[in-house]
Each structure stands twice: as C-alpha cells, then as structure tokens.
Design a protein around this ligand. Structure first.
Ligand code: ADP
Ligand code: MG
Length: 345
C-alpha cells in the first residue's frame, strides 16, 4: 500500500524541476540525437550542413485559454504561432506541423472549422505545412497538441547554452502587452458575468488584446539576423516572462547577467493599462509571459548591427557566473533576478 504522506506534491516542485526530475535518468542512444531535452526544440542530425528541429506544445481549455473571450480562429492561429516560435528560438525555419485534438461533444463542426481556419491562416503566414495529427474525444473541453518540425544550418543553431561573459543581452519587440491584454479580458469577463447587460469595454485596447489573442512568432527577426549576418550566441523565446527566460539562458550557459530596467522595451499602451491595474509595468515584462518575443545574446562586436534594427533592444549584458544574475532598477540598485513565470499546477 502506498503511504499517502510520502507522495510528493507537483506544486512544490514546479514545472522545470519536474521536467528535470522525470528526464534526468534518460540517455540518448542514437548519434543522430544532437540535442534532446532542455532547449526550445530538439536537434536531430540530417546532414553535414543541416539539422532537423522538433518541438511540441500543448494547450488545455481552462488552463491556457478561455473560450469566453478567445475566438476559436484565434486559438488555432496562436497554437501554431507558439510552436513556430520555438523553432525561431533555435534560429531555424519551421516547415511542418502536426495537430492533435481531444474534443468534447459540446463542440460543433462549425466550431472546429473555425479553429482549423485559424490553423490554416497561420500555416500560410509562417509557410508551414499541416502534415498530420490525431483526433480523439475528451470528457470535458478542448485540448490541443501541436508538434512542429523545422530546419537550421548546423553552424547557425542557437542553443540556450552558448552565452559568454561580456555578450550583450537583446530582446525583440516590446514586452508585457500579452499579460496586460489577459488582465483586461479577465476583468471584462468578470464584469460581464456579474451583469450580462454590460458590454465589455475594450475600446482603444486593440494592441494589448491582439498581443494576447493573436501573438506572432518572430520569424521576421530570424530573417533580420540572417541579413545582418549576426548569429546569436544563445537564444530562447519569451513564453513565461523575461525573468524566467533570462534565468534559463544563464543556467544553461553557466553565466551571470545584468539586466537594466530602463532598457526593457514596454509599449506605452501596456504601461498605461499596467498603471490602471496598479501593476509596475516592468513586472509585466519580467513575469507576464506569452509575449513570444525572442531573447538572445550576441558578441560585443555585433552591437552596431543589432542597434541598427528597430525591432531589437539591448537590455543588458552577460557576466561571469560568480557575479550573479541581477536586475538593475531605475535608481541603480542591483536586485537578484527571480522568476515567477506561469504556475501550471
Ligand atoms: P518551451 O517553453 O520552450 O516550450 P518547455 O519549458 O516546455 O519549453 O520545455 C523545456 C524542455 O523540456 C524542452 O526540451 C521540452 O521538450 C522538454 N520537456 C517538457 N516536458 C517534457 C516531458 N514531459 N518529457 C520530456 N521532455 C519534456
Ligand atoms: Mg520556448
């Protein structure tokens, strides 16, 4: 008989420690497995020049999306975009996806058609092919799993582990908007619940709502990097918030880092909504998540090239591991960087 008192709680462990715990005893047996667990995508050898990249992501109704405000077409698009984002995070190009769904009888054919319309739009936008999947029933709600296959030149693959002392820390686009979009949608959902006669007040908030409902993978940035002839020394996509992703890069690369609050790109619309919610805008960027921007490191010599691109902001630099991982606030105080990220359990 199992002693219930000895069973450990998943909540105490957290997502990343759980993955480490479950996978640490596995060894790769095949020489074609260049890189397995631990990066945005696995890397499989196919030739001297190129590798395949493979990644998968699951979205669960009620955990990752709420159909009260997430249109199914947007959900289909987003499910593909977040997978393509993981291929971008390896400095690769996504080429194929498989889509598996577990769906309950509450969904109509028309609802699933809407969902696939979104998938189709994303396939066209990111130039990827739907090549298969699986369809099964679920007792409640919708669960989506998408796997993506991509390709990268072997000498261009950007792992989380390549950052070196003195490298510059760069982020694309702006951060925190998807989180503020979510806060706004949640607030309006509660207002609507309390009084269905009150229409949601979403006017003028298109940007942050779109960032939540229709995020884009930064495929364009992979092309900019190619044009600029910059190969990131390390890269990750921002799904769980800037803080969490910086810690991933630092841990994998065995380095420290200094991140400057004043350099973090935050759109004015995000800041305004954050202030309305009494949240520090920097906290949205650090801990919000779902921005799907890219965070990468480059050598100092690439500073001018990165600086010249309007989609890229230098937000800090890498240090020796023993110097720690710090957030430098606007008053110049150094605070140890911690990640809150998303709590999945
Ligand atoms: P991302 O946020 O980029 O999608 P995750 O944090 O989900 O990455 O996963 C980190 C790494 O752990 C990836 O290499 C992923 O493939 C691997 N991983 C996640 N869950 C599992 C699991 N249940 N079993 C094996 N590997 C896993
Ligand atoms: Mg990722």
């Amino acid at each position: 008989m199992t002693d219930q008192n000895k069973l450990r709680n998943l909540e105490d462990l957290g997502e990343f420690a759980l993955i480490d715990h479950l996978t640490e005893s596995f060894e790769n047996r095949n020489p074609t497995t260049i890189y397995g667990v631990g990066d945005d995508a696995a890397v499989i050898a196919i030739s001297e020049e190129e590798s395949l990249l493979i990644s998968t992501d699951t979205l669960v109704e009620g955990v990752h999306f709420n159909l009260m405000y997430m249109p199914l077409k947007h959900l289909g698009y987003k499910a593909v975009a977040v997978n393509v984002s993981d291929i971008c995070a390896m400095n690769g190009t996504a080429e194929q996806i498989t889509v598996s769904i577990a769906v309950s009888s509450k969904f109509s054919l028309e609802a699933l058609e809407e969902f696939y319309e979104g998938i189709k739009l994303a396939c066209a936008h990111y130039n990827v092919d739907l090549i298969g999947g699986d369809t099964t029933s679920s007792l409640s709600g919708l669960m989506i799993n998408i796997s993506v296959v991509g390709r990268a030149k072997n000498d261009k693959i950007a792992y989380r582990s390549g950052a070196k002392d003195y490298d510059l820390l760069v982020v694309t686009g702006d951060l925190g908007a998807a989180y503020m979009g979510l806060q706004l949608l949640e607030r309006e959902k509660e207002v609507f619940r309390a009084n269905p006669n009150i229409q949601p007040d979403l006017d003028g908030h298109d940007y942050i709502i779109e960032r939540q409902l229709k995020p884009e993978a930064r495929k364009d940035v992979i092309e900019f990097l190619k044009e600029l002839e910059v190969v990131p020394t390390a890269m990750i996509d921002i799904s769980d918030g800037l803080a969490s992703e910086i810690l991933h890069i630092c841990k994998a690369s065995k380095v420290g880092c200094r991140l400057y609050d004043e350099k973090i790109p935050i759109d004015a619309k995000t800041s305004m909504m954050a202030l309305e919610f009494n949240i520090d805008p920097s906290t949205c960027a650090l801990n919000g998540g779902e921005d799907y921007e890219l965070l990468f490191t480059v050598k100092q010599e690439d500073f001018e090239k990165v600086q010249s691109n309007p989609h890229m902001s230098v937000i800090g630099h890498i240090t020796d591991e023993k110097d720690g991982i710090y957030f430098i606030d606007k008053s110049g105080s150094a605070i140890t960087l911690r990640a809150q990220g998303w709590k999945h359990f």
